[in-house]
Design a protein around this ligand. Structure first.
Ligand SMILES: Cc1ncc(C[n+]2csc(CCOP(=O)(O)OP(=O)(O)O)c2C)c(N)n1
Ligand code: SF4
Ligand SMILES: [Mg+2]
Length: 272
C-alpha cells in the first residue's frame, strides 16, 4: 500500500477476510484512489454497505462508516444524506446485495436522484454465503444453487439504473483500474444518484463452479471479454453475447432529491 494512502485505512483491522485472488480489494483500492485524487476531507465522507464479502470493505476504511443489513445500504444511506446533506455518501455493495434483496431500494434511489454514489462489486455470485446464483449470474453459468446450470436470465444493471433515473451511470472492471478510478471520481463529483458497476472476480466460488482457472486466468478472461461502448456499437447482438461493455453510459444534470426536500421544508416553514 502506498504510504500516503495509509490514512484511509483502519490498518489495525487488517488482514482482511477476502480470499487470495479476490477482486474486491482492487475495487476498494480504486475507491480510495478516487477519493485521494479528489482531495475530499475524510470527515466529510460516509461510506455505507450492506452484507456480503464486498460489503465488508467499509470496515477496513477510515471514514464515517456503516455496515448495515443485507440489501438495505441505500435505505440507511438515504437517511444519512437527508439528515446531513453536506456529507458525500458512498455505498459499497455486492451484486446480490444491490440487485436481489436490495433491488427495490436501488430502483427507488435512482428514481429520486438522491445524491449518493453507489459502487457495485459485481462478481456475478453470492460470494459470502458460498456461491448461490444472483440476478447477475449469467444464464447457463454454474453456482451452488444451479449445479446443472442457471436457467434464470441476468439483466443489464447499468440499463436498469439509467431507466430508473440514475443520472451518472458507468461500468468498469478490476482489470482496467485507471479507467475505474476515473469513473468513481466522476461518480463522486456528480450531483445526483451515480452508479459505477465494477465487474470483479470471485475465484473461490464463481471461478471454481465454472472451472475458470486461477485468479490470473480469470483476470485474463475479464480483459479478453471486455469491450468499449464504441466497439460494442459496431458488432451484432449475437457477437455481444457474454461480453462486458465498459464505459460511461449516461450523464445528466437533474434536480437532486435532498435539495428538493429542503425546499419543501422551507416552504412549509414559510406557510406556518
Ligand atoms: C436478510 C438476509 N438474508 C440473507 C442473508 C445472507 N447473505 C449474506 S451475504 C449474502 C449475499 C451476498 O452477495 P453479494 O452481495 O453479491 O456479495 P459478495 O459476497 O458476492 O461480495 C446473503 C444472501 C443475510 N445476511 N440477511
Ligand atoms: S468468496 Fe469470493 S467474493 Fe468472497 S472473499 Fe472469497 S473470492 Fe472474494
Ligand atoms: Mg457478489
Amino acid at each position: 500500500m502506498r504510504k500516503s494512502l495509509e490514512k484511509y485505512y483502519r490498518t489495525e483491522r487488517l488482514p482482511h477476510i477476502w480470499c487470495p485472488g479476490c477482486g474486491h480489494g482492487i475495487v476498494t483500492g480504486a475507491v480510495i484512489r478516487a477519493i485521494d485524487n479528489l482531495k475530499i476531507d475524510q470527515n466529510k465522507i460516509c461510506i455505507v454497505s450492506g452484507i456480503g464479502c464486498s460489503s465488508r470493505a467499509p470496515g477496513y476504511l477510515n471514514f464515517n462508516t456503516l455496515h448495515t443489513t443485507h440489501g438495505r445500504a441505500l435505505a440507511f444511506a438515504t437517511g444519512i444524506k437527508l439528515a446531513n446533506p453536506e456529507l458525500k455518501v458512498i455505498v459499497l455493495t455486492g451484486d446480490g446485495d444491490c440487485t436481489a434483496i436490495g433491488g427495490n431500494h436501488f430502483i427507488h434511489s435512482a428514481r429520486r436522484n438522491i445524491d449518493i454514489t453507489t459502487i457495485i462489486f459485481n462478481n456475478n455470485i453470492y460470494g459470502m454465503t458460498s456461491g448461490q446464483y444472483s440476478p447477475m449470474t449469467p444464464k447457463g453459468a454454474f453456482a451452488t444453487t444451479a449445479p446443472y446450470g442457471n436457467i434464470d436470465r441476468n439483466f443489464d444493471l447499468c440499463k436498469l439504473a439509467q431507466a430508473a433515473g440514475a443520472t451518472y451511470v458507468a461500468r468498469g472492471t478490476v482489470y482496467h483500474v485507471p479507467q475505474l478510478i476515473k469513473m468513481i471520481e466522476k461518480a463522486i463529483t456528480h450531483k445526483g444518484f451515480s452508479v459505477v458497476e465494477a465487474a470483479t472476480i470471485c475465484p473461490t466460488y464463481f471461478g471454481r463452479k465454472n472451472k475458470l482457472g486461477s485468479p490470473v486466468k480469470m483476470m485474463e478472461i475479464l480483459r479478453d471479454n471486455t469491450i468499449s461502448i464504441k466497439a460494442a456499437e459496431k458488432i451484432s447482438k449475437e457477437e455481444l453475447e457474454g461480453k462486458i461493455v465498459m464505459g460511461e453510459f449516461y450523464e445528466e444534470a437533474a434536480p437532486e432529491y435532498t435539495e428538493e426536500y429542503m425546499k419543501i421544508i422551507k416552504n412549509a416553514q414559510g406557510v406556518e
